[in-house]
Design a protein around this ligand. Structure first.
Ligand code: FPP
Length: 277
């Protein structure tokens, strides 16, 4: 948990601070996940090449990470590169994204240190190019001692492949322990996910107006509030994160239960008339 001493609200730009001041600090989400989408369209609308959209998207990553750390958001997860992106995009674009990731890490580790941000990854990262993995390890190790926001990049990730990996892990464990399938619990599956060390997201944001989950954290978002915005990722800034949090705070989370404002529930089924017409 963040203590008031680790918050850096005074470092927020004035417009972000104004939104922050409308928030209830005791109801801040613990974990926000973002599906960053719209880099290509952002570039296309400006008659620019797609790679410039990705480059500008990397700037948004930096700025949103900074706002998250200033407000004391413990977990920020960014869906940066899906397994499908890896398989279905032109090789030249995938190569560019890999180079961009490497140079992002190289030039942002100092900023992460300044912001007390810890770098983590989820996904089949062992399938990424060796030199990218090396840079990823370097950034993770350099920031491992930081105690503020944990920034997790989902890379070569998909929720379905994560579940396959979790079931494989669980199956291996069960074989070793000679356990049978009827003893499997939700907790067994949870602890074999890539995200076993973190809480489920409270809020999932998707940019660019697409209303899909695209295999993002499929198990973990069972009770997550979802916020869709038309804004393309390269235009997304800290203030938009804060606005999404403000919207989240207006929602009532019920986790499948009832709200406190619901009155008495009729227990005598014979008294209930079902109207069919
Ligand atoms: C979706 O836009 C975005 C991606 C596939 C890549 C996300 C990458 C970044 C935000 C930049 C680099 C990230 C880091 C962490 C340095 P799209 O290309 O699918 O856009 P479109 O749907 O408009 O074509």
């Amino acid at each position: 948990m963040f203590s008031a001493a680790t918050l850096r609200i005074d470092e927020l730009p004035a417009e972000e601070r104004a939104v922050y001041e409308t928030l209830k600090p005791e109801r801040l989400p613990q974990h926000v996940a973002i599906i960053m989408d719209g880099n290509g369209r952002w570039a296309g609308h400006r008659s620019l090449k797609r790679f410039l959209g990705h480059q500008q998207g990397a700037k948004s990553v930096q700025l949103v990470m900074e706002t998250a750390s200033r407000i004391g958001l413990p977990w920020l997860t960014l869906y940066a590169f899906s397994l499908e992106n890896n398989l279905r995009r032109p090789r030249a674009e995938v190569n560019f994204l890999m180079r961009l990731l490497k140079s992002y890490l190289e030039s942002n580790v100092q900023r992460m240190m300044d912001n007390n941000v810890r770098m983590k990854y989820i996904g089949r990262t062992h399938e990424l190019p060796a030199e990218v993995q090396e840079k990823m390890r370097w950034a993770e190790e350099a920031t491992a001692g930081n105690t503020g926001t944990t920034l997790t990049l989902a890379l070569n990730y998909s929720g379905r492949s994560e579940l396959v990996d979790a079931f494989r892990g669980l199956f291996t464990e069960m074989k070793q322990k000679h356990q049978s399938a009827e003893h499997i619990t939700e907790e067994d599956i949870r602890r074999h996910l890539y995200t076993a060390h973190m809480p489920d997201p409270d809020l999932l944001i998707r940019t660019s107006g697409e209303m899909r989950l695209s295999s993002c954290l499929l198990w973990q978002i069972a009770y997550t509030e979802i916020f869709f915005t038309e804004r393309y990722w390269p235009d997304f800034r800290g203030i938009h994160l804060l606005e999404a949090i403000a919207g989240y705070q207006l929602r009532e989370r019920r986790y499948g239960g009832l709200s406190d404002s619901v009155g008495e529930v009729e227990e005598d089924l014979d008294k209930i008339k079902i109207v069919t017409s």
